[in-house]
Design a protein around this ligand. Structure first.
Ligand code: ATP
Ligand code: MG
Length: 332
C-alpha cells in the first residue's frame, strides 16, 4: 500500500504557503488505502535558534493547524519528530552515507546559512540527511511537499541509492515527491522573487493561519503589485511575478486554476481584485484559524494525540531501523 510521510517545522506560525503547498494536500491524501504520517519536525526547527517556550508553543499550534485543516488523528499518525528517536538514529547512519559536496549544493543551505557559513550550525548543514531519514525510516512511497523541497527529495533518493549500492542491498525505496496544484510555490507578498516563509523577519510578507480578518485584508491591500490591469491570458503574467502570485493564491483557495481566475477578472485593476481575494482568503482561512485557537485551549489533548501518533509511527520505524543496523553490521 502507498505510504505518505511529510513534515512541517515548528519554526514559527503556519503560513498560507504551508497551508496551500502542504497541509491542504496532506488532507487530500488522507484516504482509505493510503497510510499517512504527518510530523512536526522539531529536530529540524532547532537547526536555527528557537526559544524553548516558542518551540513548545509552535509544535502544539502546528498540530492544532493540522487538525483544524482536516487531518483526522484516527486516520493519520500525527506526531512530533523527537518522540520517534529512530529518525535521529537513521539520520546518523545517513550522515555517514551522504557526502559533504551533496549538502553544499543545496539551495536551502545557501539561503539559510547566508554569507557567514562558518557560523551556521552543523545541524543546518546536515538538515537534508535527517530529512532523508524522516522519509526513509518509514519506507515512504510518496512525499507531498512544496516546490522548495524538491531538491531535498532528490537528495533523499541519492542517499537511498548510495546506501543500497554500498551495502549491496535493495532496501530503501526511491520515494516520489508529489508537487502539484497552483500553489506549489507561494511567494512573499513583499517580494515576488522570494518564497513566503514562516521565518521571514517581515510579518507583512506572509499571511498567517491565525491572522484576523483585518490583518489579512491589510496585508493583501499592501501586497506589492504593478499598475497594469489583469490580462486575459496566463502567458501575459510571465514577467509579472507579484500579479501571478496573487492569481495563483486565488486559484488555490478557490480550488480552480490560474487561467479560470484570469478569465473571471480579465481587465480589472488590483484595486478591484484585491478586496475579492481578501474576502476569499478570510472565508477559507477564518474558520481554520478559529478552530486552531479553540484547540489550543486544550493542549493536554494535543499532547495525547502526539504521543499516540508517535507510538503508532514507532511500530513502523523500529523494525526498519533494526534491519538497517543489521545491514550495516551493528552487533545486537
Ligand atoms: P522556514 O522559513 O522555517 O523554513 P517554511 O515556511 O519554509 O518555514 P517549512 O517547515 O520549511 O516551512 O516547510 C513545510 C512545508 O511547507 C514544505 O512542504 C514546504 O515545501 C512547504 N512550503 C513552505 N513554504 C511554501 C511556500 N511559500 N509555498 C508552497 N509551499 C511551501
Ligand atoms: Mg522552509
Amino acid at each position: 500500500t502507498p505510504r505518505v510521510f511529510s513534515g512541517i517545522q515548528p519554526s514559527g506560525g503556519l503560513t498560507l504557503g504551508n497551508y496551500l503547498g502542504a497541509i491542504k494536500r496532506f488532507v487530500a491524501m488522507q484516504d482509505d488505502g493510503i497510510e499517512t504520517l504527518y510530523c512536526m519536525v522539531d529536530l529540524h526547527a532547532i537547526t536555527v535558534p528557537q526559544s524553548p517556550a516558542d518551540l513548545r508553543h509552535n509544535t502544539r499550534e502546528l498540530a492544532a493547524g493540522y487538525i483544524a485543516a482536516g487531518l483526522d488523528p484516527a486516520k493519520s499518525m500525527l506526531f512530533n519528530q523527537s518522540q520517534v528517536p529512530e529518525h535521529a538514529q537513521l539520520g546518523w547512519i545517513f550522515n555517514c552515507v551522504a557526502r559533504m559536496g551533496w549538502m553544499q549544493r543545496m539551495t536551502q543551505w545557501k539561503d539559510k546559512a547566508g554569507k557567514n557559513q562558518q557560523n551556521a550550525s552543523l545541524g543546518l548543514f546536515a538538515y537534508p540527511s535527517l530529512m532523508a531519514a524522516d522519509i526513509l525510516i518509514y519506507h515512504t512511497t510518496h512525499v507531498p511537499v512544496g516546490e522548495d523541497q524538491k531538491q531535498h527529495i532528490e537528495l533523499t533518493r541519492d542517499i537511498a541509492a548510495k546506501f543500497n549500492h554500498d551495502y549491496g542491498v535493495d532496501f530503501f525505496p526511491m520515494t516520489e515527491p508529489v508537487i502539484e496544484g497552483s500553489a506549489t510555490r507561494v511567494m512573499s507578498l513583499r517580494d515576488g522573487s522570494k518564497k513566503m516563509s514562516k521565518s521571514d523577519p517581515s510579518d507583512m510578507s506572509r499571511i498567517n493561519m491565525t491572522d484576523t480578518a483585518d490583518d489579512i485584508a491589510k496585508k493583501i491591500r499592501k501586497a506589492k503589485t504593478d499598475p497594469d490591469p489583469l490580462p486575459a491570458s496566463l502567458d501575459d503574467l510571465a514577467d509579472r511575478p507579484e500579479a501571478r502570485n496573487l492569481i495563483n493564491i486565488y486559484a488555490a483557495l478557490e480550488g480552480s486554476d490560474a487561467q479560470t481566475v484570469l478569465t473571471q477578472f480579465e481587465g480589472q485593476q488590483f484595486g478591484t481584485f484585491k478586496p475579492q481575494l481578501s474576502d476569499l482568503a478570510v472565508a477559507k482561512l477564518g474558520p481554520i484559524g478559529a478552530e486552531m485557537e479553540r484547540l489550543m485551549q486544550h493542549t493536554d489533548e494535543i499532547d495525547k494525540i502526539l504521543a499516540s501518533g508517535a507510538e503508532r509511527a514507532r511500530a513502523i520505524a523500529e523494525p526498519i531501523l533494526a534491519k538497517t543496523y543489521q545491514i550495516v553490521g551493528m552487533v545486537r
